[in-house]
Design a protein around this ligand. Structure first.
Ligand code: SF4
Length: 336
């Protein structure tokens, strides 16, 4: 189960003398929310509010809610700091979960055949067990390598859906990667950033799977189709999110200039969260350019049928970036 670090929360609330607190919880933790609210309230006397909005990452801080509620502290679970300090103090907690590392390493052994050096990557929930995974791999005759933390992934071996510096740093030294965690979202990004196979060990259900170069080719084909269609488009809707860690308004305004120079008609659509019901009635743009979380364009949003490009992909459309430079180590960033 999650380590809620209640003692840390209570001590922070007391230290700040916060009488009002906003809790931001990822979806997986919401079933425990009321227990958490009660425990904090009982220990500190503070009024504790639950954020009902998204909590996709530490890019997604509910600062507007915090200001409206006049809280003295935001407690944000499940992510490490991503944006700079804001005008309301924020306590970031990992929401760690213990995986059964012995079982996990045993389960992946058949998939490691033919490899010697394995890069290890995970999200903040399991980062405390990276060294243990490395040791257990060594016992089985494999060398585990962990990339040093950097930037928005400050912990060794940590990755985000938009930041893969820790795996890229060891790309030349490993045959494949082991991702510890659930789902395909994070390991798909490892393949996109490195081009190397990824074995996925899901500690929640014990399943082992693999994301390969074939999966990468499927994504590449979809992205190429979106780029090809966009080359003939005239009207471009540039999506900007107001989320603190996703707000790239200056970049969007620079893109307006570039698109205008190229003879296109750009328009900025500004919103908190990119949702089909908010966008689909803007029928004139033939193409959407997403300046918010880059995974929104790459993974797609059900219900948005128009091509949606990342900023890097738009640069390919405009001829200022080579197709082969579109992913790699910086598909979040742009030269704009
Ligand atoms: S921008 Fe997207 S991938 Fe990056 S932390 Fe936020 S939600 Fe995750």
């Amino acid at each position: 189960m999650y380590d809620l670090e209640l003692d840390v929360v209570i001590s922070k609330v007391s230290e700040l003398g916060a009488s009002r607190v906003l809790l931001q919880l990822p979806d997986g933790m919401r079933p425990f929310a009321v227990q958490l609210v009660s425990a904090i309230n009982k220990a500190t006397g503070a009024s504790v509010f639950l954020s009902g909005d998204s909590c996709y990452g530490a890019c997604d801080i509910d600062i507007d809610q915090a200001r409206a509620l006049k809280v003295g502290l935001i407690v944000h679970y499940g992510h490490t700091q991503y944006v700079g300090d804001l005008d309301v103090p924020i306590l970031y907690l990992h929401a760690s979960i213990d995986a059964d590392v012995d079982k996990l390493v045993e389960a992946i052994l058949p998939e490691l055949e033919g490899y010697d050096r394995i890069g290890i990557a995970t999200t903040v929930q399991h980062i405390h067990q990276v060294d243990e995974v490395k040791e257990k791999l060594a016992v089985k005759g494999f060398e585990g390598l962990v990339g040093g933390g950097t930037g928005v992934t400050p912990l060794d071996g940590q990755i985000l859906g938009c930041s893969y510096g820790t795996v890229i740093a060891i790309k030349g030294e490993v045959d494949a990667y082991l991702y510890v965690g659930g789902g395909k979202f994070h390991p798909t990004g490892i393949v996109m950033s490195t081009g190397k196979p990824v074995i996925v060990a899901n500690p929640y259900n014990g399943e082992v799977s693999r994301i390969s170069e074939d999966d990468l080719m499927d994504i590449a084909k979809r992205r190429m189709a979106a780029i090809t269609i966009s080359k003939n488009a005239t009207v471009f809707g540039i999506l900007v999110s107001s989320k603190p860690g996703q707000n790239r308004l200056a970049m969007a305004e620079a893109l307006v200039g570039k698109l205008t120079e190229a003879g296109k008609i750009p328009v900025i659509i500004y919103m908190d969260e990119i949702r089909p019901e908010h966008i689909n009635n803007y029928t004139e743009p033939e193409v959407l350019v997403n300046t918010a979380c880059p995974r929104i364009a790459i993974d797609g949003i059900r219900g948005i049928e128009r091509p949606m490009l990342t900023v890097n992909e738009l640069e390919v459309v405009l001829g200022s970036r080579r197709w082969e430079d579109m992913w790699g180590d910086s598909y979040m960033e742009s030269t704009v």
